[in-house]
Design a protein around this ligand. Structure first.
Ligand SMILES: [Zn+2]
Length: 154
């Protein structure tokens, strides 16, 4: 036990607060970050997770380590992609390539900017993210596709 720890808000009290504060059409990012476990952002359910990174699959699973507007808006952009594409296309054109690109990125094998891929770039655009440090669109030659380019990096 760490005695220096300040008493945390009890978990169940936090959940009770989340229920009380829950507003499906909330557009305030800060309200999402202040929630204990769940909230909503522009009609999309947001769950805080202990995972390293965030993802979106109908709901937004926001990592506790990524409590920032850039990530939240980006994941919301993925939510809109799912709505526009439908589940099958979303899995094929966003979910699978982004997991592949993320794995390559973690291994240092991704030779292009992670956020510059067509699916990440589009999520940023739809979510209204103005990324300053990266998001350089991939230059895709006419005779190939972004997914094929990924395969070559493995
Ligand atoms: Zn993404």
């Amino acid at each position: 036990m760490d005695k220096k720890k300040t008493p945390k808000q009890p978990f169940f009290k936090g959940i009770k607060e989340d229920f009380k504060n829950y507003n499906k059409i909330n557009e305030n990012e800060e309200k999402v970050f202040k929630s204990k476990l769940f909230s909503s952002y522009k009609g999309t359910f947001v769950l805080k997770t202990p995972f390293r990174s965030s993802f979106s699959f109908g709901i937004i699973a926001l990592s506790k380590r990524q409590q920032n507007a850039e990530t939240l808006k980006h994941e919301y952009g993925h939510r809109l992609q799912l709505k526009q594409m439908g589940l099958f296309k979303y899995i094929k054109h966003v979910a699978i390539p982004s997991v592949t690109a993320y794995r390559l990125h973690r291994k240092g094998k991704l030779t292009l900017d992670y956020y510059g891929s067509p699916w990440e770039h589009e999520a940023d655009t739809l979510g209204n993210v103005n990324r300053k440090t990266n998001n350089t669109p991939w230059q895709i030659p006419q005779n190939t596709t972004a997914t094929r380019m990924l395969k070559q990096m493995k």
